[in-house]
Design a protein around this ligand. Structure first.
Ligand SMILES: [Zn+2]
Length: 257
C-alpha cells in the first residue's frame, strides 16, 4: 500500500479555492508542502481548517526544499479529488481516536499504516454516502458543508413514517446549526456582533423562520436567517414586522444564491 500523508491547505491563502478548481479541471500542483520523505505515488490527504479532510491527491514528484520557506519541502501533486462534503475534525477525532494529530491539527504528518487504513476507510465511506454521521454529537461538530448536506436531505419516497420523523428531526437541527455557522457571529440582518458567547463558546444568535411552514414541510436554509435578539424580537413584535420580514426574506435569499 502506498504511504499516506496528511498535509495542510488554507482558505485565506487561496488553497481551498484552488483545490476546487484543480479537482474540476484535473490540474496538478507544482509544489505543495509535504513531509520530506514522500515517495512518488503516495497518497496525501489535504486538511483545510474549519472544513476538515477536504481533498485527496497523489505525489507526482519527490520533495525538494522550498526556496521561499525555510525547512519546508514541496512536492508535485496530481489526481486531486475533493471529499464532498469535507470530513469535519470532530468526525475525524471520533472515528480515528488513535490519530494524535487530530488533537491539534496544524501540522503535516505521516500516520502509521494502521491509522492510514482507517483514514482511507473513512474517506471512502464519505465518498460513497456523501453524508456525515447524523447523531447529535456529530452534527454539533459538523462543518458548514456537512450541515448544508444534511439540511437538504430528503426522505426516499419509500421511507417509513419512522424514517421520515428521524430525517425531519436531523434536518431541523442541521438547518439551525447551519444558519448559525453561516451567520458566523454576526446578525444576518443588522450585522451586529452576537451579544455574548454561549457556554460552548459559540456566539449567541437566534434562527428565525422567514416563512411560516406548512406543518409537514421541513425548513430550508434559504428560509431561515440568523438574527441578534433585537432583530428577532422586531421580526415578531414590531409595528413594521411584516415589512421587516419581507426584507429578511430578500436578505436570506441573497445569502443562499
Ligand atoms: Zn440584528
Amino acid at each position: 500500500m502506498p504511504t499516506l500523508h496528511i498535509v495542510q491547505g488554507g482558505i485565506d491563502n487561496g488553497d481551498k479555492k484552488w483545490l476546487e478548481k484543480a479537482a474540476r479541471n484535473n490540474l496538478s500542483s507544482p509544489s505543495w508542502i509535504v513531509p520530506k520523505s514522500v515517495g512518488i505515488g503516495d497518497i496525501v490527504v489535504i486538511y483545510v481548517a474549519d472544513y476538515g479532510f477536504f481533498a485527496t491527491a497523489k505525489i507526482k514528484t519527490l520533495a525538494k526544499p522550498r526556496v521561499d520557506w525555510k525547512n519546508r519541502y514541496g512536492a508535485g501533486l496530481n489526481f486531486i479529488k475533493l471529499i464532498e462534503p469535507a470530513i469535519s475534525i470532530g468526525t475525524i477525532r471520533r472515528h480515528i481516536s488513535k490519530l494524535k494529530w487530530a488533537i491539534y491539527p496544524r501540522s503535516i504528518t505521516t500516520p502509521t499504516p494502521e491509522i492510514a487504513s482507517q483514514i482511507l476507510k473513512l474517506i471512502s465511506e464519505r465518498r460513497k454516502t456523501r453524508l456525515p454521521d447524523l447523531d447529535d454529537e456529530a452534527l454539533g461538530t459538523a462543518n458548514i458543508d456537512e450541515l448544508r448536506k444534511v439540511a437538504l436531505l430528503s426522505a426516499r419516497p419509500s421511507a417509513t413514517e419512522k424514517e421520515r420523523t428521524v430525517i425531519y428531526r436531523v434536518r431541523s437541527k442541521a438547518i439551525h446549526l447551519y444558519v448559525l455557522n453561516r451567520a458566523n457571529g454576526h446578525c444576518e440582518s443588522c450585522n451586529a456582533v452576537a451579544p455574548f458567547r454561549k457556554a460552548d463558546g459559540r456566539p449567541y444568535l437566534e434562527p428565525h423562520h422567514t416563512t411560516r411552514l406548512a406543518d409537514d414541510g421541513p425548513d430550508h436554509p434559504a428560509k431561515v436567517i440568523g438574527l441578534c435578539p433585537n432583530c428577532h424580537r422586531r421580526a415578531h413584535f414590531a409595528e413594521d414586522a411584516a415589512v421587516f420580514n419581507r426584507s429578511l426574506k430578500r436578505k436570506v435569499a441573497r445569502l443562499e444564491r
